[in-house]
Design a protein around this ligand. Sequence first.
Ligand SMILES: NC(=O)C1=CN([C@@H]2O[C@H](COP(=O)(O)OP(=O)(O)OC[C@H]3O[C@@H](n4cnc5c(N)ncnc54)[C@H](OP(=O)(O)O)[C@@H]3O)[C@@H](O)[C@H]2O)C=CC1
Ligand SMILES: O=C(O)[C@@H]1CCC=N1
Length: 278
Amino acid sequence: MSEQQDHAGAQVAVLGGGVMGETLLAALLASGWSSHQVEVTEQSVARSDDLAGRYAVRTGARNATAAARADVVLIAVKPQVVGSVLDEIAPVLRGGTVVVSVAAGLPLSFYERRLPTGTPVVRVMPNTPAVVGKGASAIAPGSAASEGHLVLVEKILSTTGLVFRVAEKDLDAVTAISGSGPAYAFYLIDAMAEAGVLLGLPRDLATRLAVATVEGSAALAAQSGDHPVVLRERVSSPGGTTVAAVRELDAHGVRAGIVAAAQAAADRSRELGSQYAG
Ligand SMILES: NC(=O)C1=CN([C@@H]2O[C@H](COP(=O)(O)OP(=O)(O)OC[C@H]3O[C@@H](n4cnc5c(N)ncnc54)[C@H](OP(=O)(O)O)[C@@H]3O)[C@@H](O)[C@H]2O)C=CC1
Ligand SMILES: O=C(O)[C@@H]1CCC=N1
C-alpha cells in the first residue's frame, strides 16, 4: 500500500480471530473501516461463525486467500504459529501489502526473512484494555516500513487508547509492562476483593470497591501527572491505616515480586523470539 493511498479504502485481513484478533477487528470497525473491508481467518468454525454473526464480516477463508486480497494483513495468531502463517501468505502477497503483527517476542527480522523483499512490516504490542478504549500499545517499524505505514497502524489503533512509537529493542520490556500488565492489575483487584471478603464485606461490594479504587487511582495518576510516590503519600495519614498497610506490602516483598514478574515476562518474550524465530 502506498503512502499516498487513502487508508479508508484499504482491505484488511485479520489472521487469527482470538482475543487479540477480535480486539483488532473491533478497533478497525470503530476507526472507520466498514465490515465489507475486513475479513478474519480463524481455525475454529464455531468461533468464525460467532465473529461473522456479531461483526458482519467475512470469515472462514484460508490465510492465503484472505492475504492475497488484502492491503493490510494483521497477524494475531500465537507466536508458535506465525512461521507457518507467513509461509502460507508469502507467495501470494501483493506488492505493497503491509504486514502488521501483534505476536509477542518474534523479531521483525523473522518476518522480513520469510516475506518478499521490501515487504513493510510493523510490530505492535497492544493490551486487552484496548477493548474498552483504554489500551496502551507500542509500535515498531521494520526496515521497509515508512512514516505512512506507521500512521496507518496508528489509525487502526486510534480507538483503542494510547499508542507509543518505540525502537524494536524495547518491545520485550513493553510486553512485560503493558502487554502482560493488565494481568498484574487484575491480580491486584482479585486480591483486594478477596481481602474485603475476608474482612466481612459481601463479595460483590468488595469487588466493586476494588475495581473502582484501581480505576480511580489510575485516572488520578494519569490526570494529575504527579509521581506515584507523592500520590501514595497523600493517602498516608501520619500514624494511620495506610502506612500500616504499605509496611506489610514491603514486608511481603510485593514490590520485588512485581519487578521479578516483569523480568520473567521480558525473559519469556525474548525466549519466544529465539524459540520460534529459529
Ligand atoms: N491476549 C493478549 O493480551 C495479547 C496477545 N498478544 C499476541 O496476540 C497473539 C494472539 O494471542 P491471543 O489473541 O491471546 O490468542 P488466542 O489463542 O485467543 O487467539 C489466536 C487465534 O488464532 C487462531 N489460529 C490458530 N492457528 C491459526 C491459523 N493457522 N490461522 C488462523 N488462525 C489461527 C486460534 O484458533 P484455535 O484456538 O482454534 O487454535 C485462535 O482463535 C499472540 O501472538 C500474542 O502474543 C499481544 C498482546 C496482548
Ligand atoms: O501472554 C502473552 O504471551 C501475551 C503477550 C502479552 C500479553 N499476552
